[in-house]
Design a protein around this ligand. Structure first.
Ligand code: GLP
Length: 240
């Protein structure tokens, strides 16, 4: 696992973007795993700019997002589908039929996850998975717990995550208490992972990544067991 400290959020976003330029240059039909949250916004702007400038092409790209609130209508302005359309897919030349976000309207919570994992496998697996981290060390919506789940599944959100995400909703009570998320095994199957971490409130996660422990108390520490992970953080996150 490489930890690269960038001077600024912009530098971090561009450094992550460079990994996409390199991958798409080599493999124009790559399968990309995307994430939501504030942290990827700079990267998504960078990708849209590179696409507009003709440096990268998304025509043959397939994408799978990490997670979606549950239950959640994709047309809702706080859905992750809505977020992805607005912040990336509407701004690049991707075929939306090739963009997948877990189904927040699924009736059957038992099968929704397995179907998502099967869809990823059917496309040949994820070449490059983007991750942010929650301030409690969650990745996707794999929250700290005594055990973590391997496959994509419906999960409860912790109070800390509900608090952190309340800023996007009118009031805390409006934040969904559940989500469908790729599981730890789904994430770890990606051939390459880039994890972007910005801001002093994520410093504890950087600290947990620097020692040699893997713990379900901080799901991001599982990344230490993956053979091809780049952690990109800004100075604020690194220094705390
Ligand atoms: C949500 C998402 C995560 C994301 C996290 C951090 O909880 N499920 O995938 O990494 O938010 O968000 P932010 O980048 O806004 O701090």
């Amino acid at each position: 696992m490489k930890i690269i400290v960038c001077n600024s959020y912009e530098e971090m976003s561009a450094a992550a973007g460079k990994l996409y330029v390199d991958l798409l240059t080599e493999k124009p039909d790559a399968v990309l795993g995307f994430a939501t949250g504030s942290t990827p916004l700079g990267l998504y702007q960078f990708l849209a700019e590179q696409n507009k400038a003709g440096v990268i092409d998304f025509k043959d790209v397939t994408t799978f997002n990490l997670d979606e609130y549950y239950p959640m209508d994709p047309a809702h302005d706080q859905s992750y589908r809505y977020f992805m359309n607005k912040n990336l897919f509407d701004n690049i030349n991707i075929d939306k039929a090739n963009t997948f976000v877990p189904d927040g309207t699924a009736k059957d919570v038992e099968t929704v996850g397995a179907a998502y994992d099967a869809a990823i496998d059917a496309k040949g697996g994820i070449d490059l998975q983007l991750l942010g981290v929650g301030r409690n060390g969650h990745i996707g919506f794999n929250e700290p717990d005594t055990a973590l789940v391997a496959g994509t599944h419906v999960t409860d959100l912790t109070d800390d995550t509900i608090d952190a995400n309340a800023r996007f909703f009118e009031k805390k009570e409006d934040v969904p208490t559940k989500a469908v998320t790729m599981g730890m095994g789904t994430i770890m199957k990606a051939r390459q992972i880039v994890c972007i971490i910005s801001g002093a409130n994520k410093h504890a996660v950087i600290e947990a990544l620097q020692n040699d422990l893997v713990t379900t108390d901080c799901p991001a520490t599982f990344l230490k067991m993956h053979p091809n992970v780049t952690i990109l953080c800004d100075k604020e996150a690194y220094e705390g």
